[in-house]
Design a protein around this ligand. Sequence first.
Ligand code: GLP
Length: 264
Amino acid sequence: MEVVVLQNPAHVGRFVADLVVDLVERRPDAVLGLATGSSPIPTYRELIHRHRDGIEFQRTTTFLLDEYVGLASSHPASYRRFIDDELTDHLDIDASNVHGPAGDTNEPHGEAERYERAIAAAGGIDLQLLGIGADGHVGFNEPMSSLSSRTRIKTLTNQTRSDNARFFDGQLNDVPRHVITQGIGTILDARHCILIATGPAKADPVARSVEGPLQARCPASALQLHRHATIVLDEDAASRLEFISYYKEAFAGRDISVAPSGDR
Ligand code: GLP
């Protein structure tokens, strides 16, 4: 794991955008895995700026991590709507290359399997952006998810539903109970995973994921198994890491470098 600790969320956004742009310049047809939630927003804003400055995303393909079961893509709290509003509508990506699980399907299990096949048919994900939930979830893989799970239906915990009620005008009852999410095994198949975490509320799940035991109780700890995972943190999210001075020293001295994304 490469652990990169930066001053604040704006620095994190610029750093991660650099990695995405570097990949897209080297491989214009890159397959990008996109996360929702507030953590990647500074990165998305930065990517929109880079596009305005001339970076093209025309040939990229994107796949969302997850979606709420029961929400159509037009629903204001759907993840498809979120990613369109926050990123893809502002880039030159063809809408037909922006993929997410269909939340409003009558066949959610079949949709999960179809989505898993669609990712494989695109050649797999070159660079997967991830956030982390307060309970250590990635995508919507709640604690005790199989570490080799594939895209499937999951039931959300009460903690996650209440964390996400802010996107439903604070109405907990409106937050769906079920989701379609890429599995942990699906996420680990990405050629490069970048986990973004900022703010003090993420300090505990980050410490458990990076330095705690590898365990289903903390799904993001599965990234310890990945051959190319980059954990990009601000000072607050890094504040409970035992080896923080080592990570900083290693990064400053370039003992570690952020290897190029998406090597096939
Ligand atoms: C949701 C998403 C996750 C995201 C998490 C954290 O549960 N399914 O992909 O990482 O929220 O969100 P935030 O970045 O807003 O804290």
